[in-house]
Design a protein around this ligand. Structure first.
Ligand SMILES: Nc1ncnc2c1ncn2[C@@H]1O[C@H](COP(=O)(O)OP(=O)(O)OP(=O)(O)O)[C@@H](O)[C@H]1O
Length: 481
């Protein structure tokens, strides 16, 4: 992943270039796209890699929250679920309908009330395991948006006994905001089951006495305090323990230990469920400490591909020329919606301003915005209220806006050392099914260094990126046909 020391360096370089420009000593690149300032940029980066742009730094929790806030649907996947079951355990059949799960009528009503017609891919396999008797432990990994939260919420609601007025399910989340999002799902799904109550174990929400609510959802530190220091919760009475967003959890100092300490207080027969969007070594090690004797299910992510994307590059000398090229493209072809990626906030802000002056309806995602504000911007764009979304990569990481047909790399994606960030390139332009039949990606090249990056991206994907002359309207028109 690209970090922001490079962004900072580019910011500084841009600022320097502006002051140099005002002294009329502009470093103009050659027509073939070479530019001596490319090398200068690299050395600036090298000299500045300690000065990171902290404001732009996104943590995983914010990313995850953003995804939840803007998502209104399941992520489509045709990949098969991979199941690793415990030895000598029951065989679980996957289900194709919610009826097959024999849910309580109030819960079935809740599920349908949320507009779910049938279980998602991961739910087909995970739900029968989670609802089985005796309770089964589960480690489940699948990409964000595939229905994990809805699955464990249904499991918790199914397992509680509303007649018992004490906590029976604990669910730990990495942040207060993420806990609230899960809480909302519990409230929606449990809408017709009002006897079941929910409480948030989050800082400042001290209850002062033993809890009566059956479900407690919160962050690990407060949850641990409520179990140990304040004794609001009797851990011995817990039937279901859920650890959500394990990959986000382990990125936060202290969360792992706190979660493990909570888990150790729970009875042996308590059902342990752990969910994660990714499964790197560290997550896996943590998962195994939290969930003894687990069933494991994994849903592979759809492969991203460049096969159906037409890729072009445009040679320019400076950002003004890149902007002009962009205007020419807009003048020649009809673009329903486009996403434009810039390397720095400053360039993104400038470009958004220029585009608005040209009469475009522009949305800008910027690092200073709160997560909720960003979600609102993306939502407006997704709803078609704006036609162009200008953003830095840091802001847009992980965001899917399906209807976008044109992606413009105003700056090519690079990592902190100035090398091509192939993963980000693929993610920006290559989503499966994102473009329907055909998509268009246009890369702006403005220096020897960026030409070199483009060449390396071509080599990496073994896919030719064609040159496009944006001064030739006929040529531009052809790319859209
Ligand atoms: N069976 C279903 N049918 C239709 N929509 C569903 C179904 N299950 C979940 N959804 C919806 O799909 C979206 C994603 O589901 P959910 O939040 O459970 O996924 P997730 O894997 O937990 O994602 P994240 O990791 O981001 O929390 C939500 O809007 C949810 O309401």
């Amino acid at each position: 992943m690209a970090t922001d020391s490079w962004a900072q360096a580019v910011d500084e370089q841009e600022a320097a270039a502006e002051s140099i420009g005002s002294l009329q000593i502009k470093d103009r690149p050659e027509e073939n796209g070479t530019n001596s300032s490319g090398a200068a940029a690299k050395s600036e980066v090298d000299g500045n890699n300690k000065t990171s742009d902290d404001d732009d730094k996104e943590d995983k929790a914010a990313q995850s929250l953003l995804n939840k806030l803007i998502r209104s649907n399941l992520v489509n996947t045709t990949n098969q679920v991979e199941v690793l079951q415990r030895i000598q355990t029951l065989r679980f059949n996957s289900v194709k309908s919610f009826e097959e799960l024999r849910l309580k009528p109030q819960l079935l009503q809740g599920v349908y009330g949320m507009g779910f017609n049938r279980p998602s891919k991961i739910q087909e396999t995970a739900l029968p395991m989670m609802l089985a008797e005796p309770p089964q432990n589960l480690i489940a990994q699948s990409q964000s948006g595939t229905g994990k939260t809805a699955a464990f919420v249904l499991a918790m609601l199914s397992h509680v006994d509303p007649n018992n007025k004490y906590p029976q399910c604990l669910c730990v989340s990495p942040t207060y905001e993420l806990a609230l999002q899960t809480g909302k799902v519990i409230e929606q799904m449990g809408k017709h089951y009002p006897e079941v109550k929910l409480v948030y174990a989050i800082r400042g929400n001290k209850s002062g006495m033993k809890l009566q609510e059956q479900i407690v959802i919160g962050t690990p530190g407060t949850m641990l305090d409520w179990c140990t220091k304040f004794k609001f919760i009797d851990p011995k009475k817990i039937k279901v323990f859920v650890l959500d967003e394990a990959d986000v959890m382990i990125a936060t100092q202290g969360h792992q230990d706190q979660s493990i300490r909570i888990q150790r207080m729970l009875p042996k027969n308590c059902q342990m469920l752990l969910f994660s969007a990714t499964f790197e070594e560290s997550v896996w090690n943590f998962a195994q400490r939290i969930v003894p004797d687990p069933n494991i299910i994994k849903l592979k992510r759809e492969e991203e591909t460049l096969d159906t994307i037409k890729q072009y590059y445009v040679l320019c000398n400076c950002k003004e020329e890149k902007f002009q090229a962009l205007c020419n493209i807009y003048g020649a072809i009809t673009i329903a919606q486009a996403m434009i990626f810039c390397h720095t906030r400053k360039t993104a802000g400038w470009l958004a301003g220029e585009l608005s002056r040209e009469g475009h309806q522009v949305a800008l995602l910027s690092g200073e915005m709160q997560v909720e504000q960003r979600a609102a911007v993306i939502e407006r764009f997704r709803d078609g209220k704006e036609k162009v979304l200008v953003t830095t990569n840091v802001c847009a990481r992980g965001i899917d806006v399906e209807q976008v047909s044109v992606v413009i790399n105003f700056d090519l994606p690079v990592d902190k050392d100035g090398n091509p960030d192939n993963e980000t390139y693929l993610h920006r332009i290559g989503r499966t099914g994102r473009f329907g039949k055909r998509g268009l990606a246009i890369n702006m090249v403005d220096s020897k260094m960026s030409m070199n990056i483009l060449n390396r991206i071509q080599e990496h994907f073994n896919k030719k990126i064609e040159k496009l002359n944006t001064d030739d309207l006929d040529e531009i028109e052809k790319i859209a046909s």
